[in-house]
Design a binder for this molecule. Sequence first.
Ligand SMILES: NC(=O)c1ccc[n+]([C@@H]2O[C@H](COP(=O)([O-])OP(=O)(O)OC[C@H]3O[C@@H](n4cnc5c(N)ncnc54)[C@H](OP(=O)(O)O)[C@@H]3O)[C@@H](O)[C@H]2O)c1
Length: 265
Amino acid sequence: MAARADEAQQIEIPASFPSGADVAGRRVVLTGAGRGLGRVLAHAFSQAGASVALVARTVTDLEKLAADLPGPSLVLAGEVTDEAFNESIADAVVEAWGGLDVWIANAGISPAVGGPRRTDPAVWREILDVNLTGAFLGARAAARVMDEGGRIVFTGSVLGERPRAGLAAYSASKAGVVALAKGLALDLAEQRITVNVVAPGWFDSPLVEPWKQRPALGEAVLAHTAFGRWGAATELVGAYLFLASAAASFVTGTVITVDGGYLLT
Ligand SMILES: NC(=O)c1ccc[n+]([C@@H]2O[C@H](COP(=O)([O-])OP(=O)(O)OC[C@H]3O[C@@H](n4cnc5c(N)ncnc54)[C@H](OP(=O)(O)O)[C@@H]3O)[C@@H](O)[C@H]2O)c1
C-alpha cells in the first residue's frame, strides 16, 4: 500500500491536458475528400484550424470543397493507386506548408455486390488496389516526409471484422487495412509516427446508395445496428480528430470503431 501511495505522489498533473480534438495548425492530407464522409472530414479539420490537402480524382468536387472551407487547402486531383501521385502529394504539402503532420487514407470504393462467380477478378483487383494498396502507398509517401509525432489514419470498415455476403472483396480489403496499420505501427514506432484505423459502421453517403436502393439489404443493416439507424457523417469526425491530436500520442496500431453498436448485435 505504501509503495502505491509513493507512486501516486510522483505523478505530475500538467496545468492543462491536450484536447482530444485540437488539430489547429496541423498539415493534413485527406484522400477521398471529394464527397461523402471525406467531404465532412475536410470541413471538420478545416474548421478546427488545420490546413488540408484535398485528394480525389474529380477535380471539380475538390475545387468546390476548397472554396467552401474556412481555412487553407490544396486541391490535388489524382489516383491513389498511383505511387508517383502519392509521392507528389507529400512533396506538394511540404512545399506549400513546410511539413506534413497527418495523412488520412480515406479514399475507398465498393463497386461489386455479389458472390465469387459474380465478382469479376478485375473488380476484385480494383477494390484491393484502391482500398488497400492506396492506403499503403499513402503511408509510404507520408513516412518519407513526416517528422516525429506524425499521424497516419486509415479508413477501415466494420465489414473488415464482420463481412457480409456479397461484399467479400470489400471486406478483405478492409481487413487488410487493419493488418497493414498494425504492421506499419511497428515499423514506424521508431520515428514516433502513429498508425491507426477508424472503422465506420453504416453511414449515409453515395457509397452506400446501392444498399439503400435495395430495401431488404437496407433493413438488414438497420436491424443489425444497435442504435437502429444509419450514422451521420458528423458523428464520425471525432475519432479522426482525436487520432490526429496530441491527446492520441500513445495510441498506435489500433482500431476505433464508430458503428452505433453494429458489431455488438
Ligand atoms: N459510407 C459508409 O457507410 C462507410 C462505411 C464504412 C467504411 N466506409 C469507408 O469510408 C471511406 C469513404 O467512403 P464514402 O462513403 O465517403 O464514399 P464515397 O462517398 O463514394 O466517396 C469516396 C471518395 O473517394 C474518392 N476516390 C475513390 N476512388 C479513388 C481513387 N482511386 N483515387 C482517388 N480518390 C478516389 C472519391 O472521389 P473520385 O471518385 O472523384 O475519385 C470520393 O471522393 C471509404 O474508404 C469507405 O470504404 C464508408
